[in-house]
Design a protein around this ligand. Structure first.
Ligand SMILES: *[C@@H]1O[C@H](CO)[C@@H](O)[C@H](O)[C@H]1NC(C)=O
Ligand SMILES: *[C@@H]1O[C@H](CO)[C@@H](O)[C@H](O)[C@H]1NC(C)=O
Ligand SMILES: *[C@@H]1O[C@H](CO)[C@@H](O)[C@H](O)[C@H]1NC(C)=O
Ligand SMILES: *[C@@H]1O[C@H](CO)[C@@H](O)[C@H](O)[C@H]1NC(C)=O
Length: 470
């Protein structure tokens, strides 16, 4: 068992500001590669009720997991791009689009592959008053000289609608055999667990530090529900930001959630060079795992799968059936890494043994079931009156030998008046068997705080290193 012991005053510093936005300040960059995007943090919401916020965070993490696992569960006829609900605890970056550039804050999401922003003065967003997201900026196409609407015959229309057949959907264009057909690409509507967005595709200029990217496909959303901001999809699909930019590698460091004022910053780095084979510093690497292509599960191709081999708690290996850690021939099971999820999700056959082992090794603390039901997190322990706290170490063991040992602040948080701590992971109890499809484990951003992570697409591997992101 690993010990985490310290005086309560220092240990208690891992409290949780619940919503934080990164604001991007474009820095100059003389060469186009790599592009560094500094990001800073703010916590606009220190006063809301903590249990309620935790409960929102855990239910949003569950809804997110449900969506990732059922991307097509309820898509409308003209829907095809999987997009995701954003939990309160997401990370966002700012990007500039148009001529002259308009700056917008978008959630960075490695679990989806489409980039969209709130668009026009008439943008309507229902149930979108998230803490910290008041006054969402909207893109104004009228004020850009470089904007174009995606036409029906444009190849990029097929990126929005993968099963799109121009001969039927653009029949007017076909019949007149017209090169200058003005019919636009049909609108997209994207639905998910607890929200939606819809709009039309635009071709715009993405203005990155030191680099202008013309002909970038971006969604101009006219309406949404439950979206704190637009989304920048960093997944594997053709329409994602790294794909459109031809990025070979991107990396970021997620600031600790204990920073509660703006001004602190960390970086998202987009690297166009392959640096083939070269490893970064003392990173640990694990290869990305391929998901077999299954016709009706194409959405899973967007995700970044990792080969999680084993989970250990306090040095003890948790018995988890292989069928959950491996991806089966139907494309179900396995582990993905997802910046758009807050708390890590584990299917219950994975989660329950983990909870049982924590409960066993931390049996010197009383379970706080009342707080578990209030927050949706478990196990929670009452540490009232303790001078120091010792809890088992949590480690993920990956294919290739890489081990991720989490700092305590990445998997336990203090809920309430400093006398209860809860494991920050969620499972599927409230969704029943519906959770059997899709990935079994979704590594969320809460678990990645103060890790520099690298998505090396050229070498198909995921690198990580624990460090302070400050
Ligand atoms: C899909 O959404 C409609 C309402 O938009 C709802 O009536 C229906 O039950 C949903 N279907 C599934 C499978 O969730
Ligand atoms: C969503 O908005 C409707 C009104 O548009 C309101 O009645 C409902 O309570 C809201 N739901 C939440 C969860 O805020
Ligand atoms: C382009 O459109 C105009 C009418 O809008 C039409 O008269 C013309 O024939 C079209 N050109 C081609 C090449 O189809
Ligand atoms: C934790 O335990 C203490 C002492 O046993 C008790 O007074 C307190 O109410 C408990 N806290 C919670 C949140 O249950």
């Amino acid at each position: 068992m690993a010990f985490f012991s310290s005086s309560s005053s220092t240990m208690l510093c891992f409290f949780l500001p619940l919503f934080f936005l990164f604001h991007l300040f474009i820095s100059s960059s003389s060469s186009p590669n790599p592009i560094t995007i500094p990001i800073s943090i703010s916590n606009p919401n220190p006063d809301s009720d903590l249990y309620q916020q935790l409960s929102h965070l855990s239910s949003h993490s569950k809804a997110r997991a449900h969506h990732l696992k059922h991307p097509y569960a309820n898509s409308s006829a003209i829907t095809s791009t999987p997009l995701l609900p954003h939990s309160y605890g997401g990370y966002s970056i700012s990007l500039s689009f148009g001529t002259p550039p308009q700056v917008l804050s978008l959630i960075m999401d490695t679990g989806s592959d489409f980039v969209w922003f709130p668009c026009t003065k008439r943008y309507a967003c229902k149930n979108c008053s998230f803490p910290g997201s008041n006054g969402i900026a909207s893109f104004s196409p009228k004020q850009s000289s470089s904007v174009k609407i995606v036409g029906c015959l444009n190849q990029k229309c097929g990126w929005i609608h993968p099963d799109f057949d121009p001969s039927t959907s653009c029949s007017e264009c076909q019949s007149v055999k017209s090169r200058n057909c003005t019919k636009i690409c049909p609108p997209y509507i994207i639905t998910y667990g607890s929200g939606s967005t819809g709009g039309i595709g635009l071709i715009e200029t993405l203005d990155l530090p030191g680099k202008k990217v013309a002909n970038f496909l971006v969604g101009c959303s006219l309406f949404s529900s439950r979206q704190p901001a637009g989304i920048a999809g960093f997944g594997r699909g053709v329409a994602s930001l790294p794909s459109q930019l031809g990025i070979k590698k991107f990396s970021y460091c997620l600031l600790s959630r204990r920073f509660d004022d703006s001004g602190e910053s960390s970086s998202l780095i987009l690297d166009g060079e392959s640096n083939s084979g070269k490893k970064t510093g003392d990173f640990s690497y694990t290869p990305f795992v391929k998901n077999p292509i299954v016709a009706d599960r194409k959405a899973f191709q967007v995700y970044y799968y990792l080969g999680l081999k084993r989970i250990s708690v306090g040095g003890k290996k948790i018995k988890i059936p292989h069928k959950y850690l491996d991806i089966d021939s139907e494309g179900n099971g396995g582990t993905i890494v997802d910046s758009g999820s807050t708390f890590t999700f584990m299917a219950s056959p994975v989660f329950e043994p983990v909870v049982a082992e924590f409960t066993k090794q931390a049996s010197h603390y009383k379970r706080a079931e009342n707080i578990e039901s209030l927050t949706g997190l478990k196990p929670c322990f009452n540490i009232s009156g303790q001078k120091s706290v010792d809890l088992p170490e949590l480690k993920f063991h990956f294919k290739g030998g890489a081990e991720m040992k989490l700092p305590l602040a990445n998997y336990f948080l203090i809920a309430g008046n400093y006398d209860v701590i809860c494991l920050t992971m969620v499972s599927d109890n409230s969704f029943g068997t519906d959770f059997s499809s899709g990935p079994s484990v979704i590594l969320g951003s809460f678990q990645m705080q103060n890790f520099q992570v690298e998505y090396d697409l050229h070498n198909e591997r995921f690198g990580f290193k624990q460090q302070s992101c400050k």
